[in-house]
Design a protein around this ligand. Structure first.
Ligand code: SF4
Length: 388
């Protein structure tokens, strides 16, 4: 057994009784929380536990069960209808050229807002025995050029099992890109071992979409794990979920994006929290997400601005959302506001058939006009006789 597997087994908290021992019976009501625990299992790794600084803080909310999980209003069991787009076990094929391949039923820590909480943690529902039909499907579908390994967390598999999957995928000529969707760098950074980093380099291009929701998750250990992945040539992105009480604040999100970039992780998506049963108390309004994007765009480097998306309930796929910058658009011009709210006009190109139309100004004349206008603008203005 590897060191990281021993840490996971011996040092994680996986029962309510242990949780009450750690945080006190006044904060953990074992009997009240039992139904939530029975509904979706709990495990919290030492790295995730260390991130909890006080009761109710953003890390607490992500990992500690609450009775609010039992209040189902608009929540759905499979809110993205992933099972509806599953042609064979463990595969979801929704988009034209890419497919999701669930390879692991377990995660190091379980996030209470998990979209896939209906399956995650249950080996019966994400079976390790179902790989063969998945490989066959991927091989037969030549349009698939990008495979996203997920679960659960694929990094919970041993190196030998991961290598087996990489080998099988690399034997399929039309698969160009392999992605790992993993929260391991936050939950169990010691999983990113030198042995894994050496092995993975044989199977590039490999991308990893990490998952960080709060700047405090970028601990020194997490940043060091990200550094090892970068040095192994893995391109790193981050998926963040907009969560009430965790990161629904433009300042927190700005800091998160900056910390990610410092660790060479490109922010990729901010997701609206899904309409999943058990996770509804985490949802914010869509306006809150738009407000956050508006607070990022223009105010910080474009590298720090991910796409804000809603994964459409019922299986419509990811839809990007943008604050309203365009006020008017017609054949002549577009009127829009910049990040500071100032209005600008962009002239639409005039119809041009290539023969030279009279209303198009030759470039030399246009340049001269611009120089003259610039000179005029830079001249000091004469004061009026009134001495104004
Ligand atoms: S790591 Fe991902 S799959 Fe696992 S519980 Fe958290 S959100 Fe769900």
């Amino acid at each position: 057994m590897s060191e990281w597997q021993k840490t996971l087994r011996d040092e994680s908290i996986a029962t309510l009784e242990k949780l009450a021992e750690k945080f006190g019976a006044e904060n953990i009501d074992v009997e009240a929380l039992r139904p939530a625990f029975d509904n979706f299992q709990m495990r919290i790794t030492p790295a995730a536990l260390d991130q909890i600084k006080e009761v109710g803080d953003p890390m607490w909310q992500q990992y500690i069960p609450t009775v609010a999980e039992l209040d189902v209003v608009d929540g759905m069991i499979d809110s993205l209808d992933e099972d509806g787009d599953s042609p064979v076990p463990n595969i979801t094929h929704r988009y034209p050229d890419r497919a999701l391949f669930l390879v692991s039923p377990v995660c190091a820590s379980y996030c209470r807002f998990c979209t896939r909480r209906r399956k995650v943690g249950d080996p019966e529902k994400i079976s390790l025995k179902e790989y063969e039909s998945a490989f066959q499907y991927l091989a037969e579908h030549t349009e698939i050029r990008d495979v996203i390994l997920s679960g659960g967390d694929p990094m919970m598999l041993s190196d030998s099992r991961l290598e087996y999957i990489f080998q099988r995928l690399r034997a399929i000529p039309h698969i160009e890109i392999i992605r790992l969707g993993s929260r391991i760098t936050s939950h169990l950074p010691e999983r990113i071992t030198p042995e894994f980093c050496e092995m993975v380099q044989k199977y590039h291009p490999i991308f990893m979409n990490t998952h960080f929701n709060h700047p405090d998750e970028l601990t020194p250990a997490a940043v060091a794990a990200l550094d090892r992945l970068s040095k192994a040539g893995i391109s790193l992105g981050c998926q963040t979920v907009l969560l009430r009480g965790v990161n629904d604040d433009p300042k927190v999100m700005m800091k998160l994006m900056h910390e990610l970039l410092k660790a060479r992780v490109r922010p990729y998506y901010i997701y609206m929290a899904d309409q999943v049963a058990g996770g509804e108390h985490f949802r914010t309004t869509v306006q809150k997400g738009l407000e956050i994007i508006q607070a990022l765009r223009g105010w910080t480097s474009g590298l720090a601005v991910p796409q804000f998306v809603i994964d459409a309930p019922g299986g419509g796929g990811k839809v990007p959302l943008l604050p309203e910058y365009v006020e008017e658009i017609n054949d002549d011009e577009v009127i829009f506001r910049n990040f500071q709210g100032q209005r600008f006009t962009y002239k639409q190109p005039k119809p041009y058939d290539g023969s030279g139309t009279p209303d198009i100004v030759p470039i030399e004349i246009a340049a001269k006009k611009q120089r003259t206008a610039a000179k005029k603008a830079s001249r000091p203005r004469r004061r009026k006789a009134s001495g104004e």
